[in-house]
Structure formats: C-alpha cells, structure tokens
Design a protein around this ligand. Structure first.
Ligand code: PMM
Length: 277
C-alpha cells in the first residue's frame, strides 16, 4: 500500500463484506471459502486491494460486538494473507483493526474517520499503515437524522479536514492519510450528487481521495422505473461504473467498488485516453 498511496494509476478497492446483512453483498460471502474465492477473483479482475468488512453499516442497522466482527473477518484475512492478497480492514473499532493488522491487512478503512473509537489513532500510528478517514456523523442507526447541511460540500470538507488534523495529532504521518466523502453516510441523494459534482473541493484538501458510490441507493433511485421502484442493487453496475469513472476523471485517487472487472475495464479506457493527452 505504500506504493498504492503514491500510485499514479487509479486504485481499485474491491469490496468484500463478510456479513449476513450488508445492503449489496450481505449473506453471500459469510462462508470463508466463498469469501476467499470472491476476493481472489476480484484481484484477478484487477483490484489492487480487497476491503474486508465484518459489520454492516447500512442505514438503520444495529451494531454487533467486536468479538463477532473479528470472528467473521479473521479467518478470511488469514487465508488471503497466506495467498499474498493486499487487504484493508473496514472497521471503526481499534481492537478489530489491531487484530486485522496482526493477521495480515495493510490498510485501515475507518468509516467513522477516527470518531467512533478514541484508540484508533494510536493503533494506526503504531502500525504506520495508511488510514482511510471517511466523512461520518454517527452510527448507522441514527445517521439519517444527521443528514442536515447548509452547504454539504463546505461542511464535509471542513469536517474531513478536522479528522485529518486529529489523525496527525495522534501521531499518524500525513502521507498515510486518505480521505473519503462518505457517500450515503448521513447524506441524502441530493448531498451525494453535490459531493460527486464537487469532488475537486475534497481533493483540494491535499490528501488522496477514495470515492465509494458503488451500488448505493441514490443510484437505485436515479434509475427507478416508471412506478418509482428503485433499480435493484444487483442491477446498478453500469451506473456505479459511470460514477467511479467520473470520480477518477475528477482526480480521485481510488474507488471502492463491487463490480471490479467492469470498473477496471472502464478505467483502462480512461487511462489509454489520458496517455495520449
Ligand atoms: N461505504 C460502505 C462501507 N465502507 N468505506 C469507505 N471508505 N467508503 C465508503 O463509501 C464505504 C465504506 C457501505 O457500502 P457497502 O455496504 O457496500 O460496503
């Protein structure tokens, strides 16, 4: 990941939720063999790393305890580490992050941007690993009520900047920090679109930016049928790829995606075009 942070190419993070209830792939990879096979497939499809999560962050979901979270992810991490697969751990808990780092992940992806657990900064600083700080205002159960902004772009940038400063104050090197606007987390569809349109403001904060719109519900709503029914999660790949491509073209460092092969194809078209500028 040291190389990935300096990468000139867009970084593709493949999503692996080892949960029974995540909104898109929940229940599909809660068996170790299925999870390992899917991660391996994502790497051969061109993902640079696999993001492993053991706790669903879907709006309204209840928390699970740290032991359950770790019991879901650790066997998968161990097997993938043995196979040399680069991984991040998607967790807000310092104990889970520490155990995952010990088991072989090399990046911490914290959707709370360090806010959920005061010990996370120390764990990341001690490990010297990259830390993805996502914009967040509260746990999933109550986050929809927190989607109140006068100017979403300005406020998300200011809050992300505070999170980066707090990480540095905790001893994390500035060049280990990645920021993420956190689409869908305490955000309405309108907020997600505004952040997508003004991603340059997040990028201007001076850190690599990760963008995660893959299969999210605002895309399903955009593609709703005539009766207003949102497009099902499994049929949002094209919209997700378009969104990822726009983010990369705007200067995002990386994208967090379910549909790795399709995204990598689109990014290769973009790269081939860019190479001729
Ligand atoms: N979204 C989800 C989970 N983890 N991490 C980052 N850095 N950025 C995101 O946008 C993000 C995340 C929720 O989506 P999922 O259920 O498909 O994992």
């Amino acid at each position: 990941m040291t190389d990935l942070l300096a990468a000139r190419h867009p970084v593709v993070m493949g999503i692996l939720n080892v949960t029974p209830d995540s909104f898109s792939d929940g229940g599909r990879y809660d068996d170790v063999d299925a999870a390992v096979a899917h991660a391996t497939q994502m790497i051969s499809d061109g993902a640079h790393l696999v993001d492993i999560g053991g706790e669903s962050t879907r709006p309204g979901s209840d928390r699970i305890d740290a032991e359950t979270e770790l019991a879901r992810v650790r066997p998968v991490i161990r097997e993938l580490a043995a196979a040399g697969v680069p991984m991040s751990i998607d967790t807000t808990r310092a104990t889970v992050a520490a155990a995952a780092l010990e088991a072989g992940v090399s990046v911490v992806n914290d959707v709370s941007g360090g806010m959920a657990d005061p010990d996370m900064g120390r764990v990341v600083a001690d490990a010297g690993c990259p830390w993805v700080l996502m914009h967040w205002r509260g746990h999933s159960r109550g986050m929809n009520e927190l989607a109140v902004y006068a100017d979403v772009v300005k406020e998300v940038c200011a809050e992300l900047s505070e999170r980066a400063d707090a990480a540095i104050a905790a001893g994390v090197a500035p060049d280990r920090i990645v920021l993420d606007p956190g689409l869908g987390f305490a955000k309405t569809a309108e907020h997600n679109w505004r952040l997508s349109a003004h991603l340059d403001a997040v990028i201007a904060l001076g850190y690599p930016v990760l963008f995660g719109s893959s299969r999210k519900s605002y895309l399903g709503r955009l593609l709703a049928g005539p009766d207003g029914t949102p497009r099902p999660v499994d049929d949002r790949a094209t919209a997700s790829v378009a969104s990822a491509l726009l983010a990369v073209a705007a200067g995002a460092w990386g994208v967090r995606v379910h549909d790795v092969r399709e995204t990598v194809d689109a990014l290769r078209v973009w790269q081939a075009t860019e190479a001729c500028r």
